[in-house]
Design a protein around this ligand. Structure first.
Ligand code: NCD
Ligand code: ZN
Ligand code: ZN
Length: 355
């Protein structure tokens, strides 16, 4: 069965600064192995992507190493609202970290949020990491400036119901949910272990997970929030929050189709159409993926492309397997093997065709 190329609007590729966790090569290989032909990369690298120099640097790396298509987010800092304005068109959009998470980018003062909302070009997306009450606050500020806001990794019942109410009011909010918040809860912490279950937002209660499933119509995108950290880091004294997700999202969601909880159309809308529209991405010509919806198999961390070497879904029995990926007329994945070379990936914000 053929589907359009999947688009993941939320991945952490860790380059520059932490290539022992992932880099543009390994991360985009994992994307193709998961059925994603385009990824939007987050800016919380070391150093973070917050100005022209850091954007030029990361796009230079991506140009030689990316195997799938991509765009790069800019990070909102306390003093860079003018600088990001000038380079906005070369970015995927602006990412604002409004609550504590991995990396140095965080804005506490609402006046700084307002500055970014008033300055950033209106045709470019703004995405926020905002949990609980912070989410309510940023929805208000977006409404005051009458511009869209995309809410990352929604995980709580109170959040999804807030977003439903905001949408019913006609506010321009869109949101994404991760597979791990759809399939894991606090009940899985004992099995996973404390360090390995660390993620932002944290794994929630079963009632929160159920609320996400019950309000599927409010969820615009499924995004992985692929956030690789090594097992050494996860099992160490100060475990970093985050799960890899690129290679497990599609089989988990296809299993939900098999179980009657989702339709194929639900997947295509949230992993292709909606991300394309919300993030204003060009059509990838001659691009599709082929899945066998009935193939049963077991997720095995040893057979992954991500450099981090583990997955919270290790050993899960799933139904639905990726067979082939075609990207711009080239076969880039077939039967478990990534075929695209590093550098084949194209910046979706650049008009020039690399051919
Ligand atoms: C992310 C990371 O590791 O970069 N971690 C996470 O737990 N989600 C940061 C983020 O997306 O908030
Ligand atoms: Zn986040
Ligand atoms: Zn993230």
């Amino acid at each position: 069965m053929k589907l359009p190329g999947l688009i993941d609007p939320h991945v952490h590729l860790r380059e520059p600064g932490a290539t022992h966790k992932e880099d543009w090569d390994s991360g985009t290989a994992a994307a193709l192995a998961g059925g994603f032909t385009a990824v939007l990369a987050m800016p919380n690298t070391q150093p973070p992507v917050t100005d022209k120099d850091s954007l030029d640097h990361v796009l230079g790396v991506a140009n030689t190493k990316a195997r799938c298509d991509y765009a790069q987010f800019l990070g909102a800092g306390p003093e860079n609202s003018q600088q990001v304005f000038c380079i906005a068109d070369r970015s995927a959009g602006l990412k604002m970290y409004l609550d504590h998470t991995y990396g140095p980018l965080r804005l506490d003062n609402m006046l700084l949020w307002m500055k970014h909302f008033s300055n950033f070009p209106r045709h470019q997306p703004i995405v926020t990491h905002a949990e609980g009450r912070t989410m309510a606050a940023v929805i208000l500020i977006a409404a005051l400036y009458d511009r869209p806001v995309h809410l990352a990794h929604v995980s709580l019942r109170e959040e999804i119901l807030l977003i439903r109410a905001a949408k019913e009011k006609g506010l321009k909010v869109t949101c994404e949910v991760t597979p791990h918040h759809l399939f894991l809860t606090q009940d899985d912490v004992t099995n996973l272990g404390d360090g390995r279950s660390e993620v932002r937002p944290p794994l929630a209660q079963p009632s929160d997970r159920d609320a996400l499933w019950e309000n599927l119509d409010v969820i615009d995108c499924f995004a992985t929030d692929h956030a690789p950290h090594t097992l050494e880091e996860k099992d160490g004294p100060k475990p970093s929050p985050g799960f890899p997700g690129l290679e497990t999202a599609l089989p988990l969601l296809l299993s939900a189709v098999g179980g009657g909880r989702l339709t194929m159309e639900d997947i295509i809308r949230r992993m292709h159409h909606n991300p394309q529209v919300i993030f204003n991405l060009p059509v990838q010509e001659d691009t599709w993926i082929e899945v066998d919806p009935n193939a049963a198999w077991e997720i095995n961390a040893d057979h992954t492309y991500t450099r981090c070497g583990w997955t919270p879904f290790d050993g899960w029995r799933v139904r639905g397997k990726l067979k082939r990926v075609m990207l711009r007329g080239q076969m880039v994945f077939r039967d478990g093997e990534v075929l695209a070379r590093p550098g084949f990936g194209k910046n979706l914000r650049e008009i020039v065709d690399k051919g």
